[in-house]
Ligand binder design. Sequence first.
Ligand code: NAD
Ligand code: DAU
Length: 341
Amino acid sequence: MQNILVTGGAGFIGSNFIKYILKNYNYKIFNYDKLTYAGNLENLTDIEDNANYKFIKGDICELENVKKVLTDNNIDTIINFAAESHVDRSILGSREFIVTNVLGTQTLLDIFKDLKLEKYLQVSTDEVYGSLPEDRKELKFTEQNPIKTNSPYSASKASADLLCNSYFHTHKLPILITRCSNNYGPYQFPEKLIPLMIAKALDGEKLPVYGDGKNVRDWLYVDDHCSAICEVLHKGKIGEVYNIGGNNEWYNIDIVKLILKTLKKSEEQILYVKDRPGHDRRYAIDSSKIQNELGWKPAYDFEHGIESTIKWYIENESWWRKVMSGEYLKYYEKNYASKVK
Ligand code: NAD
Ligand code: DAU
């Protein structure tokens, strides 16, 4: 393994991953990204001159383009982060999710097969397992849980996983899948809970909490997701799925209150709004497989991770102000206008 194509490397996790892998390994990284609203080259300014890094603008659905990039650059490995990633947007309209998440993955898999490359890693999500009961804390998602999707986003990600699995079984291709819980950290687009709440709190605006605020997510610092992907890439058993999680469950409302407290803001800023349709109640990952088989464990505790994330958003106000203008404002109005009770 020498030359790696990272798709979606201008997004939140992809950009953190590129920095992580350049810092810790000696690969050549080719970042292939369409630069949708979520893709931002400013996430990568500190490494844009690195000799082991190159950005190429493109869509994973464009077969000939991807093929050319792979052959021109002698690429042997693909890590697919590229996706439409926001559940609320998939509820407003699912087409882009099917196109990129399903057809885009299928395009990459076909090229991977034709070119007989070395390894393919699909970055997936715990959302493919559906929702866990709130009152059965002993239950967590294992890799044996059935796929049971509830949102168009998770359905599209699960479809991609099933395609990966089918190419492994049918075509005997060296494919791996990771399924991670909710990430947080720098450069996360402020449509997702934590950066949205930080931005609203800093601006003295209302913080829109869906439903009763008692939905549970299992939060992992983004660098821990990156280190887990590297472990799976290097040591994972071909054809297998690896869950990744922080063993760190929080009610949404408690996260929101923690952000307000850290920023010394009033809880009066909280605004309960109508629930997300089909809202999954609880996610929790059992990551004993990756811990026991590959020796991975998270390096960051939540207390420090969230503190440094809040600090990052305070220090990088111009970054989030810029991405929260333009197209984002239209999305915000469309998603939240009908939710305010
Ligand atoms: P993101 O929305 O921040 O970034 C997605 C990136 O993909 C953007 O840079 C975008 O420009 C690019 N992209 C979109 N469509 C493309 C296309 N057709 N061709 C090429 N590039 C395209 O997403 P993220 O939060 O960084 O998530 C990255 C991956 O990790 C996704 O596959 C997501 O499903 C998965 N994941 C995310 C989380 C999370 O908590 N954010 C958790 C588990 C798994
Ligand atoms: O679990 C992994 C998944 O986590 C990833 O696959 C997705 O790409 C990622 O977006 C994330 O999905 P969620 O739907 O869990 O994340 P989000 O940040 O959108 O919401 C987290 C919780 O906060 C969820 O219960 C909904 C709630 N929420 C979210 C927003 C944006 C609110 O209460 N208010 C809000 O305004």
